[in-house]
Ligand binder design. Structure first.
Ligand code: BGC
Length: 272
């Protein structure tokens, strides 16, 4: 059994738990600490270190971030402090915890976990996981393999950014009932259907536990849609899965897409 601490950084709470990465089960109760006001990197780093101390696990830690994560750096900050942009967040958390940290986008983590252990388990083909909350997160998975950082919440639709128009926050802000909100979501999903032809849409985020209110109102042309199953555990589980899969047999960091910079091909070695 491989036990890895997963930590999920969200807009209102930072949550963690040790995960059995073979089964996707949490081995202890989730511990949640409110996200510090403004979600500045220094304050968030202290909470991540506190969670690591709380559980006392040794070994690698998987951490999610609600923005683009590439080569260990955080590259966007739609709903958190702008100081995250361009930051080597991997180094920040590694120093703060004294353990190897693996960073992943929050929706990508949720997507990996749903595809392996949740609503997408056993589904072949293209699975598109979308999380509806403050923003809209996306994870594109083909036969279990993730294409990271798709950021489909920032797709422009009718002169608007999708997440500003169809997120759960937009539903609350515009005082929409579930049917009205589902109409916006259907427009958005139909566009994604045209672009990606997913075999399955999985709808996660806070709205997944209220599926009875919206599911029947969603209209799609040809794809199946189901609510996420892992609810608020998906990010934690996916973060731990990434950390597990990013090590080699001796527990060292493997160069993976979201971690290591691609090697530039040397001109000298290039065959004509
Ligand atoms: C961010 C994504 C994130 C999503 C959900 C969006 O605003 O750009 O990276 O996955 O919110 O948190």
């Amino acid at each position: 059994m491989s036990v890895i601490l997963g930590i999920d950084i969200g807009g209102s709470g930072i949550k963690g738990a040790p995960v059995d990465t073979a089964t996707g089960k949490l081995l202890e109760e989730r511990h949640r600490i409110p996200t510090p006001e403004g979600a500045h990197p220094d304050a968030v780093k202290d909470v991540v270190a506190e969670l690591a101390k709380h559980f006392g696990t040794t070994g690698p830690i998987g951490v999610t971030f609600p923005g683009i994560v590439q080569h260990g750096r955080t590259l966007s900050a739609a709903n958190v402090d702008k100081d995250w942009i361009g930051l080597d967040a991997d180094a920040l958390f590694t120093k703060a915890t004294g353990q190897d940290v693996y960073l992943i986008n929050d929706a990508d983590a949720a997507g990996l976990a749903e595809a392996r252990f949740g609503a997408g388990a056993g589904v072949d083909g293209v699975v598109l996981v979308l999380t509806f909350g403050t923003g809209i997160g996306s994870a594109l998975i083909h036969n279990g393999v993730l294409v990271p950082n798709t950021e489909l919440g920032h797709l422009w639709l009718r002169d608007k950014e999708a997440e500003g128009w169809a997120s759960d926050r937009a539903r609350e802000r515009d005082d929409l009932n579930w049917k009205q909100w589902s109409k916006r979501v259907s427009t958005y999903l139909q566009h994604l259907e045209l672009l990606f032809s997913p075999d399955l849409f999985i709808i996660g985020g806070g709205v997944s536990k209220k599926a009875d209110k919206w599911q029947d109102h969603i209209k799609l042309e040809r794809s199946k849609l189901v609510p996420a199953k892992l609810l608020n555990e998906a990010g934690i589980v996916g973060a731990a899965m990434l950390a597990q899969e990013s090590q080699n047999d001796s527990g060292e960091k493997k160069p993976v897409a979201s971690k290591a910079a691609p090697k530039a091909e040397s001109k000298a070695g290039k065959k004509k």
